[in-house]
Design a protein. Structure first.
Length: 256
């Protein structure tokens, strides 16, 4: 299971999204959009007219935080069942269909980053890097296990899907945020880098310990865990201004 989000659900995503009805179903007009520009959804899919998605949600802390401020958010992650496994083609198509319908107004994506980790080194202490140093879309030529090569291929599939989701939600007037470690080489992945460029995404580096409460804060081992948030969420830069009272002293020391 993926580690908890760097935000821990503490940063309430207060998007001002109007609530328009509960469900629009197609009638004789076929696939023409309704008065709000939304395309018809196939029955019996139950969604609200304005929806946020947390994709690769893990423990779905962002979903919990957003629901608390009155915005409908739905979590997608394979831990919730096969129907949310986005390596399955029909599930990926279903997700893109939902995003392109115009019902989804925001998406938060914590893309799996294991194969992009720079913690793996040729130091004899652990497993080697999974990706080629020249072309990060390819597995390292030194890999001998098919399992490792498959891991790279599947991760590529998920990143490409994530880029499509962000482009699609932007095309219908929505917003998105991609979350990943600052050190991850995922930010160099071609389809993701291109998407962030054409959508004019903002980049913010936040730290895990900014969001810990006094009860959670590990005074004996402050954990910075630099995490980049990249996207089109208005006010994203305000993350730089937030620290919990418990984290303030640690940040002052560790961040200078």
């Amino acid at each position: 299971m993926r580690r908890r989000s760097a935000l821990e659900g503490a940063f309430a995503i207060r998007l001002i999204l109007p609530w328009i009805g509960t469900l629009w179903q197609p009638v004789d007009e076929g696939t023409r959009p309704d008065e709000y520009g939304r395309l018809p959804l196939p029955r019996p899919l139950k969604v609200c007219a304005w929806l946020m998605l947390e994709i690769f949600a893990g423990t779905a802390r962002v979903t919990s935080a957003v629901n608390k401020v009155g915005i409908r958010c739905e979590a997608w992650d394979v831990i919730f069942g096969v129907k949310c496994g986005l390596l399955i083609g029909k599930n990926a198509r279903r997700l893109l269909s939902l995003v392109r319908s115009g019902h989804v107004r925001a998406a938060w994506l914590g893309i799996p980053c294991i194969s992009f980790s720079k913690a793996r080194k040729f130091d004899g202490r652990g497993p080697p890097p999974l990706r080629d140093f020249v072309d990060i879309t390819q597995p390292g030529p030194w890999l001998t296990r098919e399992k490792d090569r498959l891991s790279v291929s599947q991760a590529n599939q998920l990143v490409d899907l994530s880029a499509d989701v962000c482009l699609s939600v932007t095309a219908v007037g929505g917003i998105f945020v991609v979350e990943n470690p600052e050190s991850s080489s995922i930010w160099l992945y071609p389809s993701l880098a291109h998407m962030l460029l054409v959508t004019r995404a903002s980049f913010v580096t936040t730290h895990y310990c900014q969001w810990l409460s006094e009860e959670e804060f590990e005074f004996d081992l402050p954990w910075l865990k630099p995490t980049v948030l990249a996207g089109t969420l208005p006010g994203l830069q305000s993350c730089l201004l937030y620290t919990s009272d418990a984290a303030d002293d640690s940040l002052r020391v560790d961040l200078g």
